[in-house]
Design a protein around this ligand. Structure first.
Ligand code: 6PG
Length: 239
């Protein structure tokens, strides 16, 4: 069952999200000595990253990964890496050796192939998908997650697909790298954040019948936590 938390505003969403992520990372460290956290981009998670970056110990023994990336240079204002670097990685002085950047500058297919190999080498048991501990997701108004868009062929990628290259993202820029839906399913937990009335329909679609037209609805609901503000919250019947 999806755990849905509704907060008064975006500040409260960020605070709840940072606290939940901290608990999940602590559990992973306790169980396996290290935690693997994957980050999304966009405007929603930035303040959560700032709160995590301000609590230095919360990121100890954490390996940072990405759920998706635009095919731009890492210093490009559009880069999800740059968002995470400025909000969290630099303020927390995270050792670069613990940060696994998607190399968007190499282009969608080379970048996806290299990242898939890195994830497999670091996190996969023989013949299985790599398992991340926590994946932070935003959601688009069309209920896309990471760079998995409604009706896209990426939603039907082979079961062993780890990372996918995209050339025709409806959300600019068009070229991106994204974790596969299988990777999101394999993750121990996904945390989806949404604020603003513009996300209310997407959140309702996510909680409805699973559909390729609403990629967020395809997430594993038993491993999904959703934190929204009142404006993005679904009607009471869906809660
Ligand atoms: C990206 C993100 C994407 C984002 C949603 C929501 O690279 O664009 O990873 O999946 O999370 O589009 O974006 P906002 O938070 O800006 O609404």
């Amino acid at each position: 069952m999806t755990r849905l938390t509704t907060c008064p505003d975006a500040e409260a969403v960020a605070s709840r999200a940072a606290a939940l992520i901290g608990r999940q990372l602590e559990r992973a460290r306790a169980e396996r000595g290290v935690a693997h956290l994957a980050l999304s981009g966009g405007t929603t998670p930035g303040h959560t990253y700032e709160l995590l970056g301000a609590e230095h110990d919360v990121l100890e023994r954490v390996e940072l990964w990405f759920a998706d990336e635009r095919c731009v240079r890492p210093d490009d204002p559009e880069s999800n890496y740059r968002l995470a670097y400025e909000a969290m990685l630099a303020p927390a002085a995270i050792d670069p050796a613990r940060v696994h950047r998607m190399e968007g500058e190499l282009g969608p297919h080379t970048g996806a192939e290299r990242y898939g190999r890195e994830l497999a080498a670091r996190l996969a048991d023989e013949g299985k998908l790599p398992v991340l501990d926590v994946v932070v997701l935003g959601i688009g108004p069309d209920a896309h997650i990471a760079s998995l868009f409604p009706g896209a062929a990426t939603l039907s990628a082979p079961e062993d697909a780890i990372c996918l290259g995209i050339e025709d993202s409806p959300k600019p820029p068009p070229e991106r790298i994204t974790l596969s839906l299988g990777m999101l399913h394999a993750a121990r937990s996904c945390l989806l954040l949404a604020t603003g009335a513009g996300k209310a329909d997407a959140i309702s679609a996510m909680l409805g019948e699973p559909s390729r037209h609403a990629p967020a609805s395809l997430l594993r609901r038993g491993r999904l936590s959703v934190i929204v503000d009142d404006a993005a919250a679904p009607p009471p019947r869906l809660r």
